[in-house]
Design a protein around this ligand. Sequence first.
Ligand SMILES: [Zn+2]
Length: 58
Amino acid sequence: MTKNISCSDAGKDCKWSASAPTEEELMEKVTQHVIEEHKEIELNSESISSIKSLIKDI
Ligand SMILES: [Zn+2]
């Protein structure tokens, strides 16, 4: 199973999406992307859990 996430699912005007075999690896990619492209998003336990709720199994 592959984990997938896309920024548009979070309501962002952004075409970025990523997939990874595990949630941990996917969250590393998400963190990197947020740091580079979405500096307005503060990564804390609350935002991380709402990001995780957007992860889909494909
Ligand atoms: Zn994005």
